[in-house]
Design a protein around this ligand. Structure first.
Ligand code: SF4
Length: 271
């Protein structure tokens, strides 16, 4: 019995240490090639947020922490290559966008609080309708804009999903070609630094979700927003384990290695 008590104490101490490291890492950002304990520490903080009792907005708040981490990491990383992206260039905002539910809940909150007619829930849902049910292949060349695109710019820029932060092109002609439906076989050279900063934060979020007992399934963003904006209780219901997104057709298939890393992070957080 003494051994069990000791090991439980040790586990609690380790969890406290991870939390402390994670909190300081959230403040300073992750390196492009981060140390594993720092990623696990961040995941511990995100897990604590995702399991915060009595907080019905905790999923969106966890996504906000992860998004801010990606932003901070990028600021510190000083990308070596100049990206072709610029304000008002939105070719990539006409493609298939995948996100996890906490990201959609965060965006939905921004939309509900926005003082803009173009970004009110009904307008966003109306613009999402043409995208619903279309697979990535069915979107090619259709030039259908993301429902969050307002006057040519992202209406939720600070809250945009990790995948939009990863998608930073090094070639404007390549983006134009893809926009025009020319098959580039998914190959557009992107900034490895932007990719790493967003991916590192995203995998910490996935690991935290898994450790908190939440599904890590990702869906097409417009379909997910249509669901979330139609029901203000969707976040609470999803956190309670209800199949809120059961009717969403486009489930995103992630590379298996991403899920594997998330699982390893979740295992490191096991109580
Ligand atoms: S969320 Fe914003 S950045 Fe991402 S595709 Fe939509 S408009 Fe573009």
């Amino acid at each position: 019995m003494a051994i069990t008590g000791d090991s439980r104490q040790q586990r609690r101490r380790h969890a406290r240490e991870r939390l402390k490291l994670g909190q300081s890492t959230l403040q300073k950002g992750l390196a492009v090639e981060p140390k594993r304990p720092e990623v696990v520490g961040v995941a511990e903080v995100l897990k604590a947020k995702l399991t915060e009792s009595g907080n019905g907005m905790r999923a969106g708040e966890a996504a906000a922490l992860a998004h801010d981490l990606a932003e901070r990491s990028l600021r510190n990383a000083k990308p070596r290559l100049e990206v072709a992206c610029a304000k008002g260039c939105n070719y990539c905002c006409h493609g298939f966008v995948g996100a996890v539910p906490p990201e959609a809940f965060r965006i939905a909150r921004v939309i509900r609080n926005a003082a803009s007619d173009a970004l009110d829930p009904a307008s966003v849902r109306a613009r999402a309708k043409p995208l619903i049910g279309l697979s990535p292949a069915e979107r090619v060349g259709r030039k259908l804009p993301c429902p969050l695109l307002v006057d040519g710019v992202c209406g939720v820029y600070r809250a945009r999903p990790h995948v939009c932060r990863q998608t930073t092109s090094l070639s404007l002609p390549a983006c134009r070609e893809e926009f025009d439906g020319i098959d580039r076989n998914g190959r557009i050279e992107i900034s490895s630094v932007h990719l790493a900063c967003a991916s590192n934060a995203h995998v910490a979020l996935l690991g935290a979700m898994q450790a908190a007992g939440l599904p890590i399934v990702a869906y097409e963003l417009a379909e997910m927003l249509d669901v979330v904006l139609s029901d203000p209780s969707s976040e609470t219901r999803w956190l309670a384990g209800e199949p809120v997104f059961a009717a969403v057709k486009n489930v995103v298939v992630r590379p298996p290695n991403v899920d594997l890393v998330a699982t390893r992070i979740a295992e490191a957080l096991a109580p």
